[in-house]
Design a protein around this ligand. Structure first.
Ligand code: B12
Ligand code: SF4
Ligand code: SF4
Length: 382
């Protein structure tokens, strides 16, 4: 497969493909991802699936899986019940346009496939449960925020992936490209391929499970049998027909370690998290100061929470992930005093690249105060 630059200066003449020899045509077809004459629809699908997957890995994603872009009526019912119970807390945006979130066709006209991408972020650094945080007056920043913010990393890689797919496919899809519901304009990435990470209109875990990237653990996160759950997800919805992957089984069995360990009982039932009780919500999603009624929730966690994943047996053997997420030493279990003494410049220096910047200096210091209050009063939940 050639990359975009290789194909840019090549324009087919009207009868160029006809006069070339069969071998030459095949070579060209392979090189430029043109459909080989005589290729069956199944072969085209297989070839395009291989293209998506190889390019995704080449762009730096750890794993990739494909699901059929079906509507998700059952997931929609679950989501609506979850929202109706108010479990989304302050994240009002999650209730916007629920139908769109549960039907890829509403995101990309003629959607046929959902491509799910994983980005591993584990490291050799210890788990929450192994660090004597209180003894040293330290607080926990979630593992996902120790290195670079995954939104920026994933977006850059998704843009590269989109560019390389567009370059490889535009010649063969070109003017002839039709979606399943009638004509669609010539291949345009915005129309026929839309990527998103985190905040887009897609239930990423539902798709990841369907795309064979793992199963939904009882803590609600997706777990892979060899890679654990410490990976981010990104998503591409496309009108291109790709070969779906097999789903994996559910290997939680009778284990309840995450439910038992959650200090705030936020996992209200297997697979269901009430965000209002989840420390991650309190310490990341709160705007301004944490309300009085919630100040007992953070415990030792000053930003995000890893407890339910750190006790999960499937994370015991996970390997260090992408170097972009390697921990910066200063972000690992910082001292509460240091956070409270921080000024705007120090905050920018330490967290400019990290997801922590989202909470802002004042927010982070309010989180740190809540940790301190919990330690000095009977507010602690454990
Ligand atoms: C909102 C949100 C949160 C909220 C709510 C969490 C939650 N469990 O829903 C808060 C702020 C608490 C949160 C916390 C975290 N998050 Co978050 N979050 C999201 C976000 C943006 C949307 C999730 C969503 O739609 N929730 C609503 C619920 C209802 O959706 P759902 O769980 O998918 O819904 C299905 C199931 O609940 C099921 N269902 C509902 N009821 C029932 C009942 C039964 C019986 C069954 C079987 C099923 C079932 O049906 C629903 C529809 O399929 C996603 C990104 C995305 N766009 O998907 C990231 C995402 C899920 N978060 C992620 C991460 C990493 C985290 C944290 C680990 C961060 C941290 N260290 O602090 C924690 C983990 C907390 C936890 N245990 O869930 C990753 C997960 C990666 C993975 N391997 O799974 C995601 C995918 C972001 C990303 N792009 O990587 N998060
Ligand atoms: S992230 Fe923390 S608070 Fe939220 S469900 Fe997991 S253990 Fe509970
Ligand atoms: S801790 Fe146990 S129950 Fe929870 S997700 Fe992991 S294996 Fe499943």
């Amino acid at each position: 497969m050639m990359n975009g630059d290789d194909t840019q200066d090549w324009q087919p003449e009207a009868d160029e493909l006809i006069v070339r020899s069969k071998t030459e045509r095949r070579r060209l077809a392979r090189a430029r991802a043109l459909p080989t004459w005589g290729e069956t629809p199944e072969q085209t699908r297989t070839r395009r699936t291989a293209l998506f997957k190889s390019q995704a890995l080449a762009c730096g994603f750890s794993r990739v899986g494909v699901a059929r872009a079906d509507a998700l009526p059952q997931a929609q019912a679950h989501l609506e019940a979850w929202l109706a119970a108010g479990r989304h807390g302050t994240m009002a945006w999650l209730a916007d346009d629920v139908a769109r979130r549960c039907d890829p066709e509403r995101v990309v006209a003629g959607a046929q496939s959902v491509v799910m991408l994983a980005l591993d972020y584990d490291s050799d650094a210890p788990r929450t449960v192994d660090v004597p945080l209180q003894a040293e007056d330290r607080a926990w920043i979630s593992r996902y925020a120790w290195g670079d913010d995954y939104h920026g990393i994933a977006e850059r890689r998704l843009k590269r992936l989109e560019a390389s797919l567009s370059a490889a496919l535009k010649l063969e899809l070109g003017e002839d490209f039709r979606g399943p519901r009638g004509p669609i304009a010539p291949f345009k990435a915005v129309r026929d391929l839309r990527w998103m990470v985190d905040y887009g209109p897609a239930l990423e875990r539902e798709w990841a499970v369907r795309a064979g990237l793992g199963w939904r653990g009882k803590h609600s996160l997706v777990i892979h049998p060899r890679h654990g759950s410490l990976f981010f997800l990104a998503c591409i919805i496309t009108s291109i027909d790709l070969q779906p992957d097999e789903m994996l089984g559910d290997f939680c069995g009778t284990c309840t370690a995450c439910l038992d360990a959650c200090p705030t009982q936020a996992i209200v039932a297997p697979y269901v998290v009430d965000a209002r009780l989840c420390i991650s919500h309190t310490t990341i999603e709160t705007t301004g100061a944490i309300p009085q009624s919630e100040r007992h929730l953070p415990g030792d966690q000053v930003f995000g929470c890893d407890i339910c994943q750190d006790v999960c047996p499937w994370n015991r053997f996970s390997q260090p992930g992408d170097p972009a997420f390697a921990p910066r030493p200063e972000n690992f279990a910082p001292r509460v005093d240091d956070l409270l003494a921080m000024d705007a410049d120090a905050f920018a220096r330490q967290f400019a690249q990290s997801a922590v910047k989202r909470r802002g200096l004042e927010g982070l210091q309010d989180n740190a105060r809540a940790v301190r209050e919990g330690r000095s009063t009977a507010l602690r939940h454990k």
